[in-house]
Design a protein around this ligand. Structure first.
Ligand code: HAM
Length: 421
């Protein structure tokens, strides 16, 4: 508190993205747009909030996201709404709402969006974060899974991020998962007393999630648990085999990880994640997979689909950690300085004239000394300063100063634009 006035801060688990950070965001957005274009994806933007039931239905009533993490509220009209805790369900909703099943399939859509989850904030885990993601809706071919994974791998390569691993698993379908879960529960029944409190609940409510518990003892138990890939039905097994074959053809270095199950319930068959080679729980850069039943669950015809999403904050953390060079954003290179009131009038006109001609400039303001104005130009990284004084006004010239060499020369105003280009 300062003088009785409250100093406001950004809400816990949220951040301001200051100008000096924007360079990372533009870098990622541009790479995402480039790679999506290469693979035939088009951009979609959906509302920040949706009907709460859309998320409960698709992500799963027993998941952490739905039971503990959603920002849900009732609006003044009595509607139950939720700030989007992920991007896949809204895209599927839009696909159905706008009849996109009438287009050639698969329909390929990508997004960059803010995501809201009420989590315990810590490094790499925020209450508002940002994801880019893509969804290919309307085809069940394992070659599509391979394409989504290939695109993901190419995207991380184009970001210049290294030391990543591609973790892969198949968690089966409506037919083969229930018998697998029964086997899994049988196995875990022997260890019920050793499990952490969360896993005791998972055993009853969401046994697949037992496999990705981060507690050391639970991890030990999970390591020897029955593997989903040993309990796939014939079709799921054939799908997984073909996917692995395609990944081999594409020379993508994947690791089958039988403990990879993902935190959302809509997945069928393929699941995959991109992880940094080191680091722990909060470090997964992105994840995705197939979700062949989701569109039907949301009221559409049976429509297979696959997709992926990654967290921008975690990518930026890794870009910094790996010292990846990021190209600077363009800024004005010309600074306009003046000496005296009359020259200030000229400076105002000149700045406007140059901008109208497409040259970005920064104007000095106030009554600073020339020295102070040039210091400011230096701090801003301007390459050239245009200086206007009384003498210059009389002669229709300006002084052009090279900020690196400090060399100055007079130039007629009529030639300034050409000189600056
Ligand atoms: P997800 O694994 O829940 O998947 O989130 C994707 C990525 O978002 C994570 O790998 C992580 O990088 C980032 N992320 C998640 N939660 C947080 C957080 N609290 N703070 C910072 N970053 C976070 C999905 O959301 C699925 N919709 C992905 C998908 C698309 N599956 C198919 N299509």
């Amino acid at each position: 508190m300062k003088g009785g006035v409250r100093l406001y801060r950004a809400p816990r688990g949220t951040s301001d993205i200051l100008p000096r950070e924007q360079v990372y965001w533009r870098y990622i957005e541009q790479k995402v747009a480039n790679v999506c274009q290469l693979y035939g994806y088009e951009r979609i933007d959906t509302p920040v909030f949706e009907d709460t039931r859309l998320f409960a239905r698709s992500i799963g009533e027993e998941t952490d996201i739905v039971t503990k993490e959603m920002y849900t509220f009732e609006d003044r009209g009595g509607n139950q709404l939720t700030l989007r805790p992920e991007g896949t369900a809204p895209v599927c909703r839009a696909y159905l709402e706008h009849g996109l099943h009438n287009l050639p399939q698969p329909v390929k859509l990508y997004y960059i969006a803010s995501i809201f989850r009420y989590e315990r904030p810590q490094a790499g885990r925020y209450r508002q974060h940002h994801q880019f993601g893509y969804e290919a809706i309307g085809d069940g071919d394992p070659a599509l899974d391979a394409e989504v994974i290939d695109m993901t791998w190419q995207l991380f390569a184009s970001l210049n991020l290294h030391h990543l691993s591609l973790q892969l698993n198949s968690i089966g379908c409506k037919q083969c998962r229930p018998p697998y879960l029964a086997v899994l529960k049988d196995y875990y029944a022997n260890y019920a007393r050793d499990l952490c409190a969360d896993c005791k609940t998972r055993l009853r409510r969401n046994p697949l999630r037992l496999l990705d518990c981060k507690q050391p003892l639970c991890q030990q138990i999970a390591n020897s648990a029955p593997r989903s890939i040993d309990h796939l039905c014939q079709q799921c097994e054939a799908h997984f085999d073909r996917l692995k074959k395609y990944l081999g053809l594409l020379a993508l270095p994947f690791t089958v990880n039988h403990r990879l199950v993902r935190g959302l319930d809509y997945y069928t068959r393929t699941v995959f994640e991109i992880q940094p080679e080191e680091e722990g729980a909060q470090s997964t850069l992105g994840g995705g997979g197939r979700y062949d039943d989701l569109i039907e669950e949301l009221g559409g015809k049976p429509t297979p689909a696959a997709g992926f999403a990654a967290g921008l904050e975690r990518i930026i953390h890794n870009l910094k950690k790996q010292n990846v060079p990021i190209p600077a954003l363009p800024r004005p290179q010309v600074f306009i300085a003046y000496i005296g009131d009359e020259a200030r009038d000229e400076a105002v006109k000149l700045a406007s004239m140059l901008r109208r001609a497409g040259i970005a400039v920064i104007e000095a303001f106030g009554n600073k000394s020339l020295k102070a104005q040039l210091r400011q130009a230096n701090t801003l990284g301007s390459r050239q300063a245009v200086i206007i004084g009384e003498e210059e006004i009389k002669t229709g010239t300006v002084i052009l100063r090279d900020m690196t060499t400090s060399q100055q020369k007079p130039i007629p105003i009529s030639q300034l634009e050409r000189e600056l280009r």
